[in-house]
Design a protein around this ligand. Structure first.
Ligand SMILES: *[C@@H]1O[C@H](CO)[C@@H](O)[C@H](O)[C@H]1NC(C)=O
Ligand SMILES: *[C@@H]1O[C@H](CO)[C@@H](O)[C@H](O)[C@H]1NC(C)=O
Ligand SMILES: *[C@@H]1O[C@H](CO)[C@@H](O)[C@H](O)[C@H]1NC(C)=O
Ligand SMILES: *[C@@H]1O[C@H](CO)[C@@H](O)[C@H](O)[C@H]1NC(C)=O
Ligand SMILES: *[C@@H]1O[C@H](CO)[C@@H](O)[C@H](O)[C@H]1NC(C)=O
Ligand SMILES: *[C@@H]1O[C@H](CO)[C@@H](O)[C@H](O)[C@H]1NC(C)=O
Ligand SMILES: *[C@@H]1O[C@H](CO)[C@@H](O)[C@H](O)[C@H]1NC(C)=O
Ligand SMILES: *[C@@H]1O[C@H](CO)[C@@H](O)[C@H](O)[C@H]1NC(C)=O
Ligand SMILES: *[C@@H]1O[C@H](CO)[C@@H](O)[C@H](O)[C@H]1NC(C)=O
Ligand SMILES: *[C@@H]1O[C@H](CO)[C@@H](O)[C@H](O)[C@H]1NC(C)=O
Ligand SMILES: *[C@@H]1O[C@H](CO)[C@@H](O)[C@H](O)[C@H]1NC(C)=O
Ligand SMILES: *[C@@H]1O[C@H](CO)[C@@H](O)[C@H](O)[C@H]1NC(C)=O
Length: 654
């Protein structure tokens, strides 16, 4: 069945490749040499199983979160400097009439604190978020052909300091960084000849046979089982959770190396040459802390971040960071006692991506209905479930807890040997903004691509479009004196206002007036998923996409962030430039150019609220719709079961 399916997908691509409506494909597929994609991340000592390593000369320890890590500080010196040239080039290109962007940058480049500091954020939302967000990433990326033409905004990625992802957005960011900062364009260019993002191969069935990965479904599951059990049997008391299985399965889609790279770690990104030299932004993934059986809400969750050096939280509860490379070691009271050895390899890149998206652990439970899944595997999953209880099947188990006996009086897990983390969207903050609004990071502007599925029945609206819920959650948290811990966030109106004013249908800036904030906070450029060329409101739980549909989603995301390359508003690229410069203008006291005043008038939310119940939301296609060939039986076995399971857990919007 899968072979037939592959064939059909390929013919659809061939026919679409000649139209102008997909992200351009290279003509000659054979010119894409996937074998040359080397990745520098296989650092775990024993494959998936964490293992003993020599401790570094300075013993690893937990630090208090009262600033940035030394590594991030010295990396920033390189990265900030390296953003100047691409930013100068970008701002010069964006047609800010009456403003000499080149001269402005040249005059201020000696004082880095005046130069704009840009971040990008991708929301959760399964493959919908990964692909719609992926289109946004392609549009920001100057490596995408034509992305630096008039009307476009390529180069924003090259100008950014931080790039954060959560759940499905974390798959996007994690996948790009575990594949040597490949571009979305290169992934699309593989056509059917690669293993990355082949979302037509259901994650429940494993990769297609015949490519690099020669595994049948049974072999695939045996492989997942074998690697996960090797962690359990490693001899250091590690617990495994469904997230281990889910993360391994995800890796087959997202990490382009044999068997999804069981030895590839997130911390190894710190040694990647391009990252180390500050040539690419710093990737951050987000998850939430949740004890088994506990309910979390945005107002009181501890939000965790994973970056190439550390995992931990700036929140006042935990307020600490662990060296990511050495988690799995037995830290106590923030130290690694002298009689304890060092462990590494715990931070498998799939496990970290799986943690951020642990709601999808449910998918793994669908296996029971599959033929060809070995009993051994089914029994192992049952064993994991019996251990935790069914209502905790979305938990990622970090035993030993790196923060054991650390910050006893405020850390909710201080007395627990097990730290349990869940999907970063479970507290409704479905955009990974928490790390980016920390005052120590001095971010000026966040381009936030929101692919959340907020609109739901019984509002009789079209489903799975965003309505501002993620921003509302982060805003509400910022007003909670006991959790905000020095962070500030622009005022955000309620969701009814979002729908009534169309703020969920076109880009909007929040927090334009820096003097109307409770503290230093970035300007938010909100980029909500809306139908430009495709109805990209697919279900979060759709676990397989053929390449035609995948490319249509990517294409839509491209148009979301460029407003159809300026088709919807020719001034949009200029306004992107003004958003980048806004906080910098405040610092340097520069006169704000007239075109920027126009942009702010057009795009800044001005405080208007209309909280009446909105009419049902049925967005119209903004440009000409891409026709994906239809009428072919789709193979989507996982869909219903997962839908029911996740609906029961109450987190459909992620
Ligand atoms: C790039 O744009 C030019 C015209 O602006 C167009 O002819 C060409 O097809 C585009 N290339 C791709 C790969 O989209
Ligand atoms: C990673 O990508 C960079 C830039 O494209 C390239 O120069 C480098 O050779 C690649 N590294 C590996 C290990 O393939
Ligand atoms: C640049 O912006 C001005 C308005 O400020 C507009 O008249 C002009 O057409 C724009 N140029 C391009 C190439 O878009
Ligand atoms: C750099 O610019 C900031 C304003 O952003 C100013 O406060 C500071 O004094 C400047 N530093 C130097 C060395 O000029
Ligand atoms: C950490 O402590 C556990 C017992 O709590 C032990 O089983 C494990 O081997 C220890 N890890 C190391 C690296 O010594
Ligand atoms: C967070 O708030 C919810 C709802 O009020 C409550 O059930 C939960 O126990 C709280 N969690 C923490 C960690 O305080
Ligand atoms: C943040 O929380 C920590 C730990 O609870 C506290 O020591 C610190 O003073 C707080 N910072 C701010 C700015 O409130
Ligand atoms: C935290 O609590 C534990 C258990 O009560 C205690 O042994 C430990 O010394 C405390 N840690 C600190 C830093 O006080
Ligand atoms: C917005 O989304 C939330 C979360 O799904 C939902 O509860 C609410 O009804 C939605 N409101 C509107 C106006 O769409
Ligand atoms: C915008 O430009 C990209 C890259 O050239 C292209 O793929 C896309 O189709 C364009 N969108 C529109 C609406 O022309
Ligand atoms: C300005 O601040 C007030 C008070 O926080 C808030 O109600 C209002 O919405 C803010 N205006 C804008 C445009 O953000
Ligand atoms: C790809 O998926 C779309 C959307 O479900 C469907 O309409 C189309 O027929 C599929 N194409 C192929 C070749 O299977």
């Amino acid at each position: 069945m899968r072979l037939v399916y592959q064939y059909l997908t390929f013919s659809a691509l061939v026919c679409l490749g000649t139209s102008s409506t997909v992200l351009p494909l290279v003509e000659d597929i054979s010119s894409v040499n996937l074998e040359s994609w080397k990745r520098a991340t296989a650092q775990a000592p024993k494959g998936y199983a964490p293992g003993s390593v020599d401790c570094p000369s300075t013993r690893p320890s937990i630090r208090v979160a009262n600033g940035l890590s030394d590594q991030e500080k010295s990396w920033l010196e390189k990265r900030r400097g390296n953003t100047i040239a691409p930013m100068r080039e970008l701002l010069t290109r964006l047609n800010i009439t009456g403003f000499d962007a080149g001269k402005y940058i040249d005059e201020h480049r000696d004082n880095m604190t005046t130069i704009p500091n840009i971040a990008i954020a991708f929301s959760g939302g399964g493959y919908r978020a990964m692909t719609n967000g992926g289109g946004g990433l392609a549009a920001f990326d100057s490596r995408t052909p034509n992305s630096t033409n008039t009307g476009q905004i390529g180069g924003l990625l090259q100008s950014a300091t931080y790039i954060a992802g959560l759940s499905g957005g974390g798959w996007l960011v994690g996948s790009v960084y575990s594949n040597n900062f490949t571009s979305v364009q290169s992934i699309v260019n593989q056509n059917n000849h690669g293993d990355l993002w082949q979302l037509g191969n259901s994650i429940l069935e494993g990769p297609a046979t015949g490519g690099i990965q020669l595994l049948s479904t049974a072999e695939y599951y045996n492989n997942l089982y074998k690697t996960v059990i090797s962690k359990q049997d490693a001899g250091f008391n590690f617990n495994v959770s469904l997230t281990d299985y889910w993360g391994r399965a995800l890796s087959f889609q997202l990490v382009n190396v044999s068997e999804g790279g069981p030895g590839y770690t997130f911390s190894s990104i710190q040694d990647d040459n391009d990252f180390k030299n500050g040539n690419v932004p710093m990737p951050i993934l987000v998850a939430d802390e949740r004890a088994p059986g506990e309910v979390i809400v945005s107002l009181n969750t501890t939000v965790f971040e994973f970056n190439p050096w550390e995992m931990g939280s700036f929140d006042p509860t935990l307020y600490g960071f662990a060296p990511l490379k050495y988690i799995g070691s037995n830290f106590t009271r923030g130290q690694l006692p002298n009689n304890q050895g060092c462990i590494s390899g715990f931070d498998n890149v799939g496990f970290i991506m799986g943690t951020s998206s642990s709601l999808f652990n449910q998918a793994i439970l669908q296996l029971d209905s599959f033929s060809g899944v070995p009993d051994l595997v089914k029994n192992a999953l049952k064993g994991v479930l019996d251990g935790l209880g069914a209502d905790s099947n979305d938990i990622a188990d970090y035993t030993p807890n790196p923060f054991y006996h650390f910050h006893n009086s405020t850390n909710p897990s201080a007395q627990a040997e097990r730290l349990t983390l869940v999907d970063g969207g479970e507290d409704l903050q479905n955009l990974p903004l928490n790390p980016l609004i920390q005052p120590v990071r001095n971010v000026d502007v966040i381009f936030a691509v929101d692919s959340s599925a907020d609109t739901v029945p019984p509002t009789e609206s079209a489903q799975n479009w965003p309505n501002g819920t993620a921003l509302v959650a982060t805003y509400e948290r910022s007003t909670n004196a006991s959790m905000q811990n020095g962070t500030a966030f622009p005022s955000i109106p309620d969701q009814n206002t979002f729908v009534n004013l169309g703020l969920n249908n076109r880009p909007t800036f929040f927090g334009c007036n820096a003097s109307n904030l409770t503290g230093p906070a970035p300007l938010i450029v909100y980029l909500p998923n809306s139908p430009y060329v495709y109805n990209s409101n697919t279900s979060t739980l759709q676990m397989d996409y053929n390449n035609t549909e995948r490319n249509a989603m990517i294409q839509n995301g491209y148009n979301v962030v460029t407003q159809g390359n300026g088709t919807r508003d020719a001034q949009w690229p200029t306004c992107v430039g003004c958003a980048i410069l806004s906080r910098s203008f405040n610092r340097t006291g520069a006169t704000v150019p007239d075109v920027c005043q126009q942009c702010f008038k057009k795009y800044c939310w001005d405080g208007t609220v209309n909280s009446t119940k909105p009419a049902p939301y049925f967005p119209q296609m903004i440009l000409k719709e891409i026709k994906v060939k239809s009428g072919v039986d789709r193979f989507a076995p996982s869909f219903l079961g997962i839908a029911l399971a996740i609906a029961a857990s109450g987190f459909l919007m992620i």
